[in-house]
Design a protein around this ligand. Structure first.
Ligand code: CA
Length: 313
């Protein structure tokens, strides 16, 4: 029998981010996170401690489209994906894959280049199942198991804490009625804007989420909690590769946001909703969120996918 590992063995500490407060410096009130960790002084006393944006090339997004015929009507998808190293980190350990029918982000962690290996192995293995034309929980879990082997056998990813989140949605056409299925391991997130209300679909696998669920921490306290960077599950050598899945019906007008915590550290849920409302086009919405996250400090790698759904009968 396998010995039961201590709880602490399951905790994956991300590179810790020092936390200090400053005034919100960007956008309408309430859109951005107030807990900041910019590490530079507010010399002018304006409350704006972020260095100028010059020199940081913000990536460009392009909206891609796909029509999925149904026995009756069709589903039209339009999406855009962006990832950026941010303004504090040396390397981008996030990876993103957005090709019909799978839209995922992976946020890697681990010493040296372990985090990049973990996230890129994971999206590469998932890309392969999209290429083979069969995306379902079984093929996803097989792909993740292969990614874990890639990570474990990589000579430069030997650190115990090496792993990655994996989070996203895929369109499932089997059965009578098409469905979206969200998948999640870790603390990247899927949001859905439906009927003009933004809902977080996934539940974070994090220490603070567990404390919130247990009623021991308010969501406000969670934002500033010292364990804010500690996740309880990851795609990595010491974990199960079975994501949490949630099935959702496919409704006209739905808009998904899939993102790493680098976005949600800088933008509130209200901010995400605001930028979706402001920008119908996925590339415009993704770019606006990315700009806001970078403008607000870009303390971590930032990745965002925006996916619009149109359904006709
Ligand atoms: Ca991150």
């Amino acid at each position: 029998m396998r010995p039961s590992p201590r709880a602490a063995d399951h905790l994956i500490e991300r590179a810790s981010v020092p936390r200090e407060r400053r005034l919100a410096a960007f956008g309408p009130p309430g859109l951005i996170r107030r807990a900041q960790s910019l590490g530079c002084e507010d010399r002018a006393g304006t409350g704006v401690a972020t260095p100028p944006m010059e020199g940081h090339r913000v990536p460009e997004a392009a909206t891609r489209r796909r029509t999925v015929p149904l026995p009756q009507g069709s589903i039209e998808l339009a999406w855009a994906a962006l990832t950026d190293v941010g303004r504090r980190r040396e390397v981008n350990q996030d990876a993103v894959f957005a090709e019909y029918p799978l839209f995922v982000v992976a946020d890697g962690m681990g010493g040296h280049i372990g985090g990049e290996i973990a996230s890129s192995s994971t999206v590469n293995r998932l890309e392969a199942i999209v290429g083979s034309g069969s995306v379902n929980p079984k093929t996803i879990e097989k792909a993740l198991a292969k990614a874990v082997k890639d990570i474990a056998s990589h000579p430069e990813a030997t650190d115990d804490g090496t792993g990655t989140t994996v989070t996203g949605v895929f369109l499932e056409l089997t059965g009578d009625e098409p469905h979206w299925v969200s998948l999640n391991i870790g603390d990247s997130r899927v949001y859905l804007l439906r009927d003009d209300t933004l809902v977080q679909i996934t539940t974070d696998h994090s220490v603070v989420q567990e404390l919130v669920a247990a009623g021991r921490l308010s969501p406000e306290e969670a934002e500033h909690h010292p364990y804010g960077n500690v996740i309880t599950r990851a795609v990595g050598p010491s974990d199960s590769v079975r994501p949490d899945y949630i099935r959702l019906d496919v409704l006209d007008g739905d808009r998904f946001v899939v993102c790493s915590d680098g976005l949600t550290k800088e933008l509130t849920d209200y901010g995400i909703q605001h930028f979706l409302r402001e920008h119908e086009d996925p590339a415009d919405a993704a770019a606006a969120m990315m700009d806001a996250a970078l403008e607000n400090g870009g303390r971590d790698n930032v990745t965002v996918i925006v996916l619009n759904v149109t359904r006709t009968d």
